[in-house]
Design a protein around this ligand. Sequence first.
Ligand code: PEP
Length: 249
Amino acid sequence: MGRKFFVGGNWKCNGTTEEVKKIVTMLNEAEVPSEDVVEVVVSPPYVFLPTVKSLLRPDFHVAAQNCWVKKGGAFTGEVSAEMLVNLGIPWVILGHSERRALLNESNEFVGDKVAYALSQGIKVIACVGETLEQREAGSTVAVVAEQTKAIAEKVSDWTNIVLAYEPVWAIGTGKVASPAQAQEVHFELRKWLKEKVSAEVAASTRIIYGGSVNGANCKELGGQPDVDGFLVGGASLKPEFVEIIKAAT
Ligand code: PEP
């Protein structure tokens, strides 16, 4: 079964209404491969989701950057999965390393969030990745396996999950993983899925790479057999995002 190339744009905590509209115009005017070839999902901050959803071309989709771990209620400052459903937002990014590090989101909490979002019908880009210290200690595969395990323990259906391998040392640093480094971890993650979940899930789940992807390095990274696309931060705010989408072909 072929895995459709997936390119996500994580706009993080950036933008004004005017800037967001400019990015959407740029995307709407871009000539990119068809939806049959590449799935494109952009993730603006919450407050811009309705604007982006209403203006964005229909073959691109939107994602929230987070959602609450259970049904909404007395959780000041949070946004629930139910609200995303109400707004017609089909995707959410969960477990991003910035949230894991800055907001102390544990593996278990991320696993619970993934399960809850899926239960509400929202598709999930679930992020895993090691720090530089963990890589240097030789524990990269153990770390991403543990993070993936915490998700696997809470979900039974992987159809609506895209797994994003994002080494923390590569995020926003300009230090991209080499194609061989990315391929090695993606291969290990797929092997883990095969052994611990099922051969079918391993074969069909998209594993995308994130961390300093840009127009210049995307082609070689995207050409690796187990790299099924990208989650892009900084470059997703720029015209070169279009080049990254084109790496699908
Ligand atoms: C990210 O935030 O998910 C990311 C990959 O950022 P950048 O592309 O800027 O490294």
